[in-house]
Design a protein around this ligand. Sequence first.
Ligand SMILES: Nc1ncnc2c1ncn2[C@@H]1O[C@H](COP(=O)(O)OP(=O)(O)OP(=O)(O)O)[C@@H](O)[C@H]1O
Ligand SMILES: N[C@@H](CCO)C(=O)O
Length: 297
Amino acid sequence: MLKLRIPATSANIGPGFDSIGLAVGLYNYVTLEEYDGLAIESLDGKEIPTDETNLVYTTAKRLYELCGVPFRGLKIGQINNIPLTRGLGSSSACVIAGLKGANRLMGNPVSDDELLNLAAGIEGHPDNSTPALTGGLVTAVFDGKKVWYVKQEIKNDLRFVAIIPDFELSTAKARGVLPDTVPRRDGVFNLSRAALMSVSLYSGNYHNLRVAADDRLHQPYRMGLVKGGGEVMDACFQLGAYAAYLSGAGPTIMAIVDANLRDFGDCIARRLPELGLDGWQVHTLSIDNAGTVIERV
Ligand SMILES: Nc1ncnc2c1ncn2[C@@H]1O[C@H](COP(=O)(O)OP(=O)(O)OP(=O)(O)O)[C@@H](O)[C@H]1O
Ligand SMILES: N[C@@H](CCO)C(=O)O
């Protein structure tokens, strides 16, 4: 039996739509073993699909088929700490668990880079799936077949404070509100900031982050789907965050704060009820530079 640990991921980081993402220290755990049939158990009682539509199962089965290895079936156990459909890469975590786990069960016939290509093909974009496997800060291009990427380990002097609404927002719905074309000035606005975000996080030039996190490609269109999101962003800046942005497709708001700002998470959690946002959760997370780990064989 295998046990995998897969990190949550935060994609886009403001302007890097479909191209920049990072992994954080919030983990799903998945056990996998070959089995005659299908048995999927949610070990923490969270509601997940336990039939043949389960994403860990479908991706694992797909890799067996791609490799031409007879597929008997799988027994899967899941601990699901990454909240579903909240912009923290829950689907990528399943895809990576299925691919990495199946590959190991078959004796590792496929390279990690090829697993990343397959994962991006399944997800449609590489900004969650790549850091979910590699960890760290990832800047990536998916050309439809291959992911061209750089992983950079970033220092542990930042905290990523995930402010998670009590409602879901599927990636499909959040992509559905985006326009097909954007003005050239918005393209220039974003590409300059995406480059600045990537290099500023890596180099520790955190004073750039507030400007670098601004975006005109997706956040202005999606914020209408996140009731209270604008107020939460304002509160993050009042409390001293370097930056705040819509994590992935939302609805989670992610604040980037200095690690020395130890009470930021408590302060924002106290502010939420004042904004009428009961039921939201706050997790203060560190960068995960390790990526997916096979903890036990
Ligand atoms: N632990 C899990 N077990 C099984 N299926 C899951 C699990 N987590 C997510 N999924 C599947 O992935 C879907 C959510 O994917 P979606 O892309 O909408 O959100 P997300 O990955 O959390 O957000 P984002 O891509 O913006 O970070 C769920 O509806 C479910 O089908
Ligand atoms: N880049 C993706 C991340 C969500 O999977 C989006 O914003 O739609």
